[in-house]
Design a protein around this ligand. Structure first.
Ligand code: DQQ
Length: 542
C-alpha cells in the first residue's frame, strides 16, 4: 500500500477516491471556477457515471460539492455522459449533456439533455434541475449509439448553435443544431465538419482564437481578427486532435486552413496521455483554458487495489502561435503559487555522458523550467529517411523515440531531464530532445517522454511518447518545463509548442527516493543556460 499512496498526485486534480474521466462543462461564474467531471461514485473502474462537481477560486485549490447531475429520469437513467456549459445572457448558465436511456445498442442509447441551476444567485451552483421536457434532442436510428458530447453554444443570426459528436461508419461527423430558445433544437441540413477515416468524434470543441494576441475569446465571437479551432477526441487512437481554420458563417461550416492535416496524423494538444479535453473562456483573466483527462497507464487490477483512477491535467492557457499554424499551451499562471523551495543552476556545461543532479527540492513533486543552449546544429545526427517508410505518420515521432531512447548516443542530443530516477538508475522517466539533420524542418527537433524505463513493473503500459517541435533553432536554444507529480510528468517544450504527458509508476523512485538529473548523451556540448526547479506545495484538493 505504500506504493499505491506514493502514486497519488499532490497537486493534480483528483477526488478523494474512485474513477474519474472527462472534464465537463468548465466555467467561470460569479467569481468561481466550476469543474464537473465524469465520475463513478461506486468504484475505481468506469461505470455508474454521474457528474461530480468541484469549485475553486484559483483553478488550483478545489472544494468538492455534491454531484450536480445523476441518473434518475428515463432520459438519463443509464448514465450522464459528457457535455458543456453555456452562460446565456443575464448570467444564466445552462448545461447540455448526453443522457443514456437504454443499455442497447451498445455502448448505450444516446440523447441530449439540458440542466439548469436551481438558484442562479448561488455562485456555487450547488443544485441542478433536469427539466421534464428532456430530452431536447433525440438520435436517429443509425446514430443512437454514437451521438454524444454537446459543445458550448454560440450565436449565429440570432439563433443558438452547437454541435454534437458522431460518426457514419468511419467518417467522424459533427452534427450541427440550431435553436431560438436553447430548448427547441433542430438539426441543420449539413454538419459543422466531418473527417474521413477517423471514426467517432468524441468531445468536439469549437472556439475562436485571436490572431492579434494571446487573449482568449468568448465562444460567441464568430467574426473579426480570429481563426477557429476544431478539436475532437478520436476514440480509436485516444488522442485529442485539432485543426485551425475558418468558421464560414455564410455557409455555416468550419473549413480547416490550407496545409492543416485533418486526420490521425494531425496536430495534438498533447502527444501523450491526454484525452476528452474541454476548453472554456475565462472572462476574469481574458484567457481560454483547456482541461484534459489523463487516464492511468496501469492495469485494472491496480486501479481496483488502490481505489482510485484518473487525474485531470493542470489546466492550460491556450492561444494561437504567431505563425498561425499551431496553438501554444501553457500551465495556468496560478500554478506558480504552489512553488516553494527553489534551486537554480546556470551555465552548466554538459559533455557527452554527463548527468548533473538537481538536489534540494522534493523532486517527486516539482516544477522544473530549463533553457538549453548549444554552439551550433553542425553535429546533429542524420534523420533516417527509412523511418518515413517504416512508420505510419501518426506514430512516427513515438516510434523514433522508441528506437532512439536516451541510451543511444547522438550528435546534438539526446539531452534533457531524467525525472523520477531511482538511486542507481534502475528506473527513470526521461524527457528529452534529439535534433536531426534533415531538410524537413518539421522533423528536425524531436521531443520524447519515455515511460519505458520508468518502472521495474513490466505489467505497466510504458509508451515512448514523442512529438516533433516546429522550431528552426536559429538561436541555438530550446526550453523545457516539466511538472512532476509522483505518477505524472507533464512536459512543455519551447513555450508550449509541443506538450507530452506521461503516467508512470516507479517502484523505487518514489517520494524522497526519487532523484532528478539533467543529462546529455550527444557528442555536442549542451549548456544549461538556466534551470529553476521548485518543490511544489499541496493545494487543497477536494
Ligand atoms: N466519455 C464519456 C462520453 C465521451 C467519452 C462517457 C470520452 O460522453 O464520449 O464517460 O472519454
Amino acid at each position: 500500500t505504500e506504493i499505491q499512496e506514493a502514486h497519488r498526485t499532490g497537486y493534480h486534480f483528483q477526488p478523494k477516491q474512485n474513477w474519474i474521466n472527462d472534464p465537463n462543462a468548465p466555467m467561470f461564474y460569479k467569481g468561481i471556477y466550476h469543474l464537473f467531471y465524469q465520475y463513478n461514485p461506486k468504484g475505481s473502474i468506469w461505470g455508474n457515471i454521474v457528474w461530480a462537481h468541484s469549485v475553486s477560486e484559483d483553478l488550483i485549490n478545489w472544494t468538492p460539492l455534491e454531484p450536480a447531475i445523476e441518473p434518475s429520469k428515463p432520459f438519463d437513467q443509464f448514465g450522464c455522459w459528457s457535455g458543456s456549459a453555456t452562460v446565456l445572457p443575464d448570467d444564466k448558465p445552462v448545461i447540455l449533456y448526453t443522457g443514456i436511456t437504454a443499455e442497447q445498442p451498445e455502448p448505450g442509447y444516446q440523447v441530449q439533455n439540458y440542466a439548469i441551476p436551481e438558484d442562479t444567485s448561488d455562485p456555487y451552483l450547488t443544485k441542478w434541475i433536469k427539466p421534464d421536457d428532456n430530452p431536447i434532442i433525440k438520435p436517429t436510428q443509425e446514430n443512437a449509439s454514437a451521438f454524444r458530447d454537446p459543445t458550448t453554444a454560440w450565436m449565429l443570426n440570432g439563433q443558438w448553435e452547437m454541435t454534437v459528436g458522431s460518426k457514419q461508419d468511419m467518417v467522424g461527423v459533427s452534427y450541427l443544431y440550431r435553436s431560438p430558445d436553447f430548448i427547441n433544437w433542430t438539426l441543420v441540413d449539413h454538419p459543422l465538419h466531418e473527417t474521413e477515416n477517423v471514426g467517432m468524434f468524441e468531445c468536439p470543441d469549437f472556439y475562436p482564437v485571436s490572431i492579434t494576441g494571446e487573449n482568449g475569446l468568448d465562444t460567441t465571437v464568430i467574426e473579426g481578427e480570429i481563426k477557429h479551432v476544431f478539436k475532437v477526441s478520436l476514440d480509436m487512437t485516444r488522442y485529442d486532435y485539432y485543426t485551425i481554420g475558418k468558421y464560414d458563417i455564410e455557409q455555416d461550416i468550419y473549413i480547416p486552413d490550407e496545409g492543416m492535416i485533418d486526420s490521425w496524423a494531425g496536430l495534438r494538444y498533447d502527444w501523450g496521455n491526454f484525452y476528452a479535453s474541454k476548453s472554456f473562456f475565462d472572462p476574469s483573466k481574458n484567457r481560454r483554458v483547456i482541461w484534459g483527462w489523463a487516464n492511468e497507464s496501469s492495469t485494472i487490477d491496480e486501479y481496483v487495489k488502490k481505489g482510485w483512477a484518473g487525474i485531470q491535467c493542470i489546466p492550460r492557457t491556450v492561444w494561437l502561435d504567431p505563425s498561425g499554424k499551431q496553438l501554444l499551451l501553457w500551465p495556468v499562471a496560478e500554478l506558480e503559487t504552489l512553488r516553494d523551495v527553489n534551486v537554480q543552476l546556470s551555465n552548466v556545461e554538459l559533455n557527452q555522458g554527463d548527468k548533473v543532479e538537481v538536489e534540494g527540492i522534493t523532486v517527486a513533486q516539482a516544477d522544473v523550467d530549463v533553457v538549453f543552449t548549444f554552439p551550433s546544429l553542425d553535429k546533429a545526427e542524420a534523420y533516417d529517411n527509412a523511418w518515413d517508410e517504416t512508420y505510419p505518420p501518426e506514430t512516427l515521432a513515438e516510434n523514433i523515440c522508441g528506437v532512439m531512447g536516451t541510451t543511444k548516443q547522438g550528435g546534438l542530443g539526446p539531452f534533457g531531464l531524467l525525472t523520477l530516477t531511482s538511486n542507481d538508475f534502475e528506473e527513470y522517466t526521461p524527457v528529452f530532445f534529439r535534433v536531426f539533420n534533415t531538410p524537413n524542418t518539421n522533423r528536425r527537433v524531436l521531443m520524447c517522454s519515455d515511460a519505458m524505463p520508468s518502472t521495474l513493473n513490466e505489467q505497466e503500459y510504458r509508451p515512448s511518447f514523442g512529438g516533433f517541435v516546429d522550431l528552426d533553432l536559429a538561436d541555438n536554444k530550446i526550453s523545457l518545463r516539466s511538472l512532476i507529480d509522483h505518477s505524472v510528468v507533464e512536459s512543455f517544450a519551447a513555450g508550449g509548442k509541443t506538450v507530452i504527458t506521461s503516467r508512470v509508476y516507479p517502484t523505487l523512485a518514489i517520494n524522497e527516493n526519487a532523484h532528478l538529473h539533467v543529462f546529455n548523451n550527444g557528442t555536442e556540448i549542451v549548456t544549461i543556460e538556466r534551470l529553476d526547479a521548485w518543490s511544489m506545495k499541496n493545494p487543497m484538493m477536494n
